[in-house]
Design a protein around this ligand. Structure first.
Ligand code: ZN
Length: 101
C-alpha cells in the first residue's frame, strides 16, 4: 500500500481529527515530543522493528500536529523542498557543511 503525504494527513484526520481538535496545538505538541523521545530511545536500542514503529508514530503525530495547526503538509513540503535545497536550490545540496541546509 503506497501512502502519499496527503493521504497520510487525511487518514490521520479521519481517524483522530475529532480528538485532536479538542486537545489543541499545545497538548498535541507535547505528545509529538514524547514520541520523538521514544524514537530516540528506539534508535539507541538498535532494534529495527521498534525503530520502524517509532518512525511511524512520529510521522503520525507530526501529521496530527499539522492538522490541528491547519497546515497542509504536502503544500508545505512542495513550497519549501519541491525544488531541492531551500538554501542553495540544488539537489543534491551544495551548501557548505558548516551551514544548516
Ligand atoms: Zn543546500
Amino acid at each position: 500500500m503506497a501512502l502519499t503525504l496527503a493521504e497520510l494527513q487525511r487518514r490521520i484526520q479521519e481517524t483522530y481529527g475529532a480528538k485532536d481538535s479538542r486537545r489543541g496545538v499545545e497538548g498535541t505538541f507535547m505528545w509529538f515530543m514524547e514520541e520523538v523521545g521514544e524514537l530516540s530511545a528506539a534508535l539507541r536500542s538498535g532494534r529495527p522493528h521498534d525503530q520502524a514503529a517509532e518512525f511511524a508514530d512520529v510521522l503520525a503525530w507530526l501529521a496530527t500536529l499539522a492538522n490541528v495547526a491547519g497546515v497542509n503538509l504536502d503544500d508545505a513540503m512542495r513550497a519549501k523542498y519541491g525544488n531541492g535545497c531551500p538554501g542553495c536550490g540544488k539537489s543534491p545540496c551544495v551548501c557548505d557543511h558548516a551551514e544548516k541546509p
